[in-house]
Design a protein around this ligand. Structure first.
Ligand code: RTP
Length: 155
């Protein structure tokens, strides 16, 4: 089956400062890569607090909003765009429940995190937020379009 990159679903995935500091970058990337998703953009950045507030604008009424934005801007974040069929929903499955105490073993948060305020990774929760988050974190020219030989064996 021929799959054209232009019609492929994309999700914004970020390794938060705790995941970076704990040396879990390769571990997390590896899980998405082995699944068969394709990495189309990646960079490491220390977001400003203002930028963190933009990223989490949906949560601005929540009591933990300020602490959450302080945390996201406290160190380097690995920002990524992953591509593949169903990557938004299945990416959330790989990540696990928001609270690591409720995440199943086998998920990233279930295997690698303990508390909700230090849950090591973010993933877009729907097509609209994916689009908004990709546009917030990346310029169009930072997103690559390429085909890999593996694709014909994945699809
Ligand atoms: P994310 O956006 O980071 O993937 O997380 P999520 O959708 O699973 O969870 P969401 O409800 O959007 O919350 C965003 C992040 O806020 C932090 N949080 N802290 N009670 C708390 O202290 C609390 N609740 C949520 C978590 O870091 C969560 O990932």
């Amino acid at each position: 089956k021929e799959v054209h990159a232009a019609e492929m679903e994309r999700s914004f995935i970020a390794i938060k400062p705790d995941g970076v500091q704990r040396g879990l970058i390769a571990e997390i990337i590896s899980r998405f890569e082995r699944k068969g998703f394709k990495l189309v953009a990646i960079k490491i950045v220390i977001p400003t607090k203002d930028f963190a507030q933009k990223h989490y604008h949906d949560l601005k009424e929540r009591p933990f909003f300020n602490g959450l934005c302080d945390f996201l801007s406290s160190g380097p974040v690995v920002a990524m765009v992953w591509e593949g069929e169903g990557v938004i929903k299945y990416g959330r499955k790989l990540i696990g429940a928001t609270d690591p105490q409720k995440s199943e073993p086998g998920t990233i948060r279930g295997d690698l995190a303990v508390v909700v305020g230090r849950n090591i990774i973010h993933g877009s929760d729907g097509p609209e937020t994916a689009k908004d988050e990709i546009n917030l974190w990346f310029k169009p020219e930072e997103l690559t379009n390429y085909s890999s030989n593996a694709e014909k064996w994945i699809y």
